[in-house]
Design a protein. Structure first.
Length: 66
């Protein structure tokens, strides 16, 4: 059972920049990773997230998701 008042780190992934926003749909997480662009992650196993795709920004930062 999870307790939102006491979060526990389950896994980690090296990104290219700050994580400005994240959206999760099923076992896929979308990460707005600043100058690292959009990162697409498989989080089926939260202890071992796997990057399955990305979209680099030519100019600016990925700062939000809709």
């Amino acid at each position: 059972m999870t307790d939102p008042l006491h979060p526990v780190l389950l896994g980690a992934l090296q990104t290219y920049g700050w994580a400005f926003d994240v959206a999760v749909s099923g076992s896929t997480a979308y990460l707005a990773a600043a100058f690292g662009g959009l990162r697409i992650l498989n989080v089926l196993d939260p202890a071992h997230p796997l990057e399955t795709g990305s979209l680099a920004w030519v100019q600016g930062n990925a700062a939000g998701l809709a």
